[in-house]
Design a protein around this ligand. Structure first.
Ligand code: APR
Length: 245
Protein backbone atom coordinates (compact mmCIF):
# COMPACT_ATOMS: atom_id res chain seq x y z
CA UNK A 1 0.00 0.00 0.00
CA UNK A 2 2.81 2.43 0.90
CA UNK A 3 4.35 1.67 -2.50
CA UNK A 4 1.05 2.40 -4.21
CA UNK A 5 0.75 5.75 -2.44
CA UNK A 6 4.27 6.64 -3.57
CA UNK A 7 3.46 5.55 -7.13
CA UNK A 8 0.26 7.64 -7.10
CA UNK A 9 2.15 10.66 -5.76
CA UNK A 10 4.65 10.36 -8.64
CA UNK A 11 1.88 10.28 -11.25
CA UNK A 12 0.20 13.31 -9.69
CA UNK A 13 3.46 15.26 -9.38
CA UNK A 14 4.33 14.55 -13.04
CA UNK A 15 0.82 15.25 -14.36
CA UNK A 16 -0.01 18.10 -16.71
CA UNK A 17 -3.75 18.11 -16.16
CA UNK A 18 -4.84 16.31 -12.99
CA UNK A 19 -8.56 16.41 -12.24
CA UNK A 20 -10.55 15.07 -9.29
CA UNK A 21 -13.91 13.29 -9.33
CA UNK A 22 -15.59 13.08 -5.92
CA UNK A 23 -18.66 11.45 -4.39
CA UNK A 24 -20.42 11.23 -1.06
CA UNK A 25 -17.51 9.31 0.56
CA UNK A 26 -15.31 12.41 0.73
CA UNK A 27 -17.87 14.13 2.98
CA UNK A 28 -18.50 11.17 5.29
CA UNK A 29 -15.74 12.34 7.64
CA UNK A 30 -17.47 15.73 7.79
CA UNK A 31 -20.41 13.90 9.36
CA UNK A 32 -22.60 13.65 6.25
CA UNK A 33 -23.92 10.10 5.79
CA UNK A 34 -23.44 8.49 2.35
CA UNK A 35 -26.47 7.74 0.18
CA UNK A 36 -26.08 3.97 -0.16
CA UNK A 37 -25.10 1.19 2.25
CA UNK A 38 -26.60 0.11 5.61
CA UNK A 39 -26.21 3.55 7.27
CA UNK A 40 -26.94 5.43 4.05
CA UNK A 41 -29.54 8.18 3.72
CA UNK A 42 -31.69 6.06 1.42
CA UNK A 43 -32.01 3.37 4.11
CA UNK A 44 -33.50 5.97 6.51
CA UNK A 45 -35.46 8.27 4.20
CA UNK A 46 -37.89 7.63 1.42
CA UNK A 47 -36.38 9.29 -1.67
CA UNK A 48 -39.83 10.02 -3.18
CA UNK A 49 -39.45 13.65 -2.04
CA UNK A 50 -36.78 13.99 -4.76
CA UNK A 51 -39.08 12.94 -7.60
CA UNK A 52 -40.12 15.99 -9.59
CA UNK A 53 -43.78 15.03 -10.05
CA UNK A 54 -44.18 14.30 -6.35
CA UNK A 55 -42.37 17.50 -5.42
CA UNK A 56 -44.63 19.64 -7.64
CA UNK A 57 -47.81 18.03 -6.34
CA UNK A 58 -46.71 17.80 -2.67
CA UNK A 59 -44.33 20.75 -2.23
CA UNK A 60 -44.79 21.19 1.54
CA UNK A 61 -44.38 17.49 2.36
CA UNK A 62 -41.35 17.19 0.03
CA UNK A 63 -39.69 20.35 1.33
CA UNK A 64 -40.04 19.26 4.96
CA UNK A 65 -38.07 16.06 4.19
CA UNK A 66 -35.59 17.87 1.95
CA UNK A 67 -34.99 20.42 4.69
CA UNK A 68 -34.23 17.72 7.27
CA UNK A 69 -31.89 15.77 5.02
CA UNK A 70 -30.09 18.48 3.07
CA UNK A 71 -30.26 21.64 5.18
CA UNK A 72 -30.28 20.49 8.82
CA UNK A 73 -27.82 17.60 8.33
CA UNK A 74 -25.62 19.02 5.62
CA UNK A 75 -26.02 22.69 6.41
CA UNK A 76 -23.77 22.59 9.47
CA UNK A 77 -21.04 20.33 8.07
CA UNK A 78 -17.49 21.68 7.74
CA UNK A 79 -14.84 20.65 5.22
CA UNK A 80 -12.50 17.90 6.41
CA UNK A 81 -8.79 17.31 5.76
CA UNK A 82 -9.52 15.69 2.39
CA UNK A 83 -11.38 18.76 1.07
CA UNK A 84 -8.63 21.00 2.45
CA UNK A 85 -5.73 19.02 0.90
CA UNK A 86 -7.46 19.14 -2.48
CA UNK A 87 -7.86 22.91 -2.21
CA UNK A 88 -4.16 23.23 -1.35
CA UNK A 89 -3.21 21.11 -4.36
CA UNK A 90 -5.28 23.40 -6.59
CA UNK A 91 -3.49 26.43 -5.12
CA UNK A 92 -0.16 24.76 -5.90
CA UNK A 93 -1.33 24.42 -9.53
CA UNK A 94 -1.37 20.62 -9.43
CA UNK A 95 -5.11 20.02 -9.51
CA UNK A 96 -6.87 21.76 -12.39
CA UNK A 97 -10.50 21.09 -11.51
CA UNK A 98 -12.81 19.11 -9.26
CA UNK A 99 -15.94 17.51 -10.63
CA UNK A 100 -18.15 16.66 -7.68
CA UNK A 101 -21.40 14.74 -7.43
CA UNK A 102 -21.88 16.29 -3.99
CA UNK A 103 -24.27 19.15 -3.36
CA UNK A 104 -22.83 20.16 0.02
CA UNK A 105 -20.52 23.04 -1.08
CA UNK A 106 -17.67 21.64 1.06
CA UNK A 107 -15.05 21.84 -1.71
CA UNK A 108 -15.74 25.57 -2.07
CA UNK A 109 -15.84 26.01 1.72
CA UNK A 110 -12.35 24.47 1.82
CA UNK A 111 -11.13 27.02 -0.75
CA UNK A 112 -11.33 25.14 -4.06
CA UNK A 113 -12.16 27.48 -6.94
CA UNK A 114 -12.56 25.31 -10.04
CA UNK A 115 -15.44 23.15 -8.91
CA UNK A 116 -17.99 21.68 -11.31
CA UNK A 117 -21.10 20.72 -9.35
CA UNK A 118 -22.38 17.90 -11.54
CA UNK A 119 -25.53 17.38 -9.46
CA UNK A 120 -26.06 21.05 -8.54
CA UNK A 121 -26.05 22.54 -5.06
CA UNK A 122 -28.16 23.05 -1.96
CA UNK A 123 -27.01 26.68 -1.92
CA UNK A 124 -29.05 27.83 -4.90
CA UNK A 125 -32.76 27.64 -5.68
CA UNK A 126 -34.72 27.67 -8.93
CA UNK A 127 -38.24 29.00 -9.28
CA UNK A 128 -40.60 26.47 -10.82
CA UNK A 129 -42.64 29.37 -12.22
CA UNK A 130 -40.27 32.07 -13.54
CA UNK A 131 -37.11 29.89 -13.58
CA UNK A 132 -35.03 32.61 -11.90
CA UNK A 133 -32.21 31.38 -9.67
CA UNK A 134 -31.79 32.77 -6.16
CA UNK A 135 -29.79 32.19 -2.99
CA UNK A 136 -30.02 32.74 0.74
CA UNK A 137 -30.41 35.29 2.34
CA UNK A 138 -32.83 36.41 -0.44
CA UNK A 139 -34.57 33.09 0.14
CA UNK A 140 -35.93 32.21 3.56
CA UNK A 141 -36.34 28.59 4.61
CA UNK A 142 -38.24 29.56 7.77
CA UNK A 143 -41.54 28.89 6.07
CA UNK A 144 -41.79 25.79 3.85
CA UNK A 145 -42.16 25.57 0.92
CA UNK A 146 -40.03 28.67 0.23
CA UNK A 147 -41.29 31.29 -2.20
CA UNK A 148 -39.40 32.86 -5.11
CA UNK A 149 -38.21 36.37 -4.12
CA UNK A 150 -39.04 37.57 -7.66
CA UNK A 151 -42.51 36.15 -8.43
CA UNK A 152 -43.60 34.24 -5.31
CA UNK A 153 -43.59 30.90 -7.19
CA UNK A 154 -42.49 27.55 -5.73
CA UNK A 155 -38.72 27.27 -5.23
CA UNK A 156 -36.93 24.00 -5.84
CA UNK A 157 -33.40 23.40 -4.56
CA UNK A 158 -31.10 23.74 -7.57
CA UNK A 159 -29.85 20.18 -7.40
CA UNK A 160 -30.72 17.27 -9.60
CA UNK A 161 -33.86 15.34 -8.71
CA UNK A 162 -34.39 11.76 -9.90
CA UNK A 163 -34.81 11.59 -13.64
CA UNK A 164 -33.71 15.19 -14.27
CA UNK A 165 -31.16 16.01 -16.96
CA UNK A 166 -27.74 17.37 -16.02
CA UNK A 167 -27.55 21.03 -17.17
CA UNK A 168 -25.66 21.04 -20.46
CA UNK A 169 -23.00 23.60 -19.47
CA UNK A 170 -21.83 21.53 -16.46
CA UNK A 171 -22.13 18.26 -18.35
CA UNK A 172 -20.14 19.55 -21.33
CA UNK A 173 -17.42 21.17 -19.21
CA UNK A 174 -17.02 18.00 -17.10
CA UNK A 175 -16.49 15.83 -20.16
CA UNK A 176 -14.06 18.39 -21.61
CA UNK A 177 -12.10 18.15 -18.36
CA UNK A 178 -12.17 14.34 -18.64
CA UNK A 179 -10.72 14.55 -22.16
CA UNK A 180 -7.97 16.93 -21.05
CA UNK A 181 -6.99 14.89 -17.99
CA UNK A 182 -3.83 12.83 -17.87
CA UNK A 183 -4.53 11.80 -14.24
CA UNK A 184 -7.93 11.43 -12.55
CA UNK A 185 -8.16 11.12 -8.80
CA UNK A 186 -11.49 9.39 -8.05
CA UNK A 187 -12.51 9.74 -4.40
CA UNK A 188 -15.35 8.19 -2.40
CA UNK A 189 -17.89 7.23 -5.01
CA UNK A 190 -19.61 3.96 -5.88
CA UNK A 191 -19.46 4.82 -9.59
CA UNK A 192 -23.01 3.58 -9.96
CA UNK A 193 -24.87 6.76 -10.87
CA UNK A 194 -25.20 7.71 -14.52
CA UNK A 195 -24.21 9.85 -16.35
CA UNK A 196 -21.64 11.07 -13.78
CA UNK A 197 -19.91 7.67 -13.70
CA UNK A 198 -19.00 7.99 -17.40
CA UNK A 199 -16.56 10.83 -16.62
CA UNK A 200 -13.66 8.62 -15.40
CA UNK A 201 -14.36 6.12 -18.22
CA UNK A 202 -14.09 8.94 -20.77
CA UNK A 203 -10.76 10.01 -19.28
CA UNK A 204 -9.49 6.43 -19.27
CA UNK A 205 -10.45 6.08 -22.95
CA UNK A 206 -8.26 9.09 -23.70
CA UNK A 207 -5.31 7.45 -21.93
CA UNK A 208 -5.60 8.96 -18.45
CA UNK A 209 -4.26 7.21 -15.35
CA UNK A 210 -7.02 6.52 -12.82
CA UNK A 211 -6.07 6.70 -9.14
CA UNK A 212 -8.89 5.75 -6.80
CA UNK A 213 -9.32 6.39 -3.07
CA UNK A 214 -12.21 4.54 -1.46
CA UNK A 215 -12.98 2.76 1.80
CA UNK A 216 -14.32 -0.15 -0.31
CA UNK A 217 -13.96 -1.30 -3.92
CA UNK A 218 -16.32 0.47 -6.33
CA UNK A 219 -17.60 -0.11 -9.86
CA UNK A 220 -14.35 1.48 -11.11
CA UNK A 221 -11.90 -0.59 -9.06
CA UNK A 222 -11.72 -3.70 -11.22
CA UNK A 223 -12.59 -2.00 -14.49
CA UNK A 224 -10.55 1.18 -15.02
CA UNK A 225 -8.64 1.93 -11.81
CA UNK A 226 -4.85 1.78 -12.23
CA UNK A 227 -3.95 2.39 -8.58
CA UNK A 228 -6.45 1.59 -5.83
CA UNK A 229 -5.75 3.23 -2.46
CA UNK A 230 -8.07 1.59 0.03
CA UNK A 231 -8.93 3.66 3.09
CA UNK A 232 -10.45 6.84 4.41
CA UNK A 233 -10.21 9.88 2.16
CA UNK A 234 -8.71 12.10 4.89
CA UNK A 235 -5.95 9.63 5.78
CA UNK A 236 -4.94 8.66 2.24
CA UNK A 237 -5.04 12.22 0.92
CA UNK A 238 -2.92 13.47 3.80
CA UNK A 239 -0.29 10.80 3.08
CA UNK A 240 -0.43 11.52 -0.65
CA UNK A 241 -0.21 15.28 -0.11
CA UNK A 242 2.97 14.88 1.95
CA UNK A 243 4.62 13.03 -0.96
CA UNK A 244 3.56 15.38 -3.76
CA UNK A 245 6.34 17.79 -4.70
N1 APR B 1 -13.36 7.71 2.55
C1 APR B 1 -13.42 7.26 1.25
N2 APR B 1 -14.49 6.64 0.73
C2 APR B 1 -15.55 6.44 1.52
C3 APR B 1 -15.56 6.86 2.88
C4 APR B 1 -14.40 7.52 3.38
N3 APR B 1 -14.32 7.95 4.65
N4 APR B 1 -16.77 6.52 3.42
C5 APR B 1 -17.48 5.93 2.43
N5 APR B 1 -16.75 5.88 1.29
C6 APR B 1 -17.17 5.39 -0.04
C7 APR B 1 -18.07 4.17 -0.04
O1 APR B 1 -17.29 2.97 -0.03
C8 APR B 1 -18.84 4.35 -1.35
O2 APR B 1 -18.11 3.85 -2.46
O3 APR B 1 -17.97 6.42 -0.62
C9 APR B 1 -18.95 5.87 -1.48
C10 APR B 1 -20.29 6.45 -1.10
O4 APR B 1 -21.28 5.93 -1.96
P1 APR B 1 -22.68 6.64 -2.22
O5 APR B 1 -23.28 7.04 -0.93
O6 APR B 1 -23.50 5.76 -3.09
O7 APR B 1 -22.28 7.98 -2.96
P2 APR B 1 -22.01 8.31 -4.49
O8 APR B 1 -21.52 7.13 -5.25
O9 APR B 1 -21.17 9.52 -4.49
O10 APR B 1 -23.46 8.68 -4.97
C11 APR B 1 -23.62 9.23 -6.23
O11 APR B 1 -26.00 9.10 -5.98
O12 APR B 1 -28.21 9.46 -5.15
C12 APR B 1 -27.12 9.94 -5.80
O13 APR B 1 -27.03 12.16 -6.44
C13 APR B 1 -26.60 11.30 -5.41
O14 APR B 1 -24.47 12.29 -5.92
C14 APR B 1 -25.10 11.13 -5.42
C15 APR B 1 -24.92 9.95 -6.33
Amino acid sequence: MQNDIQKAAKFITASKHCIVFTGAGISVESGIPPFRGPDGLWSKYDPTCLELDFFNTHPKESWEKIYTIFYEFMGNAKPNAAHIKLAELEKKGIIKSIITQNIDNLHQDAGSKNVLEFHGTTKRFECQNCLKKSRQPDVSLDLLPPACPVCGGLLKPDFIFFGEMIPSHVNDESFIQAELADVVLVIGTTGEVMPACYIPYQAKDKGSTIIEINAEPSAFTNTITDIFLKGKATEILTQLFNLIK
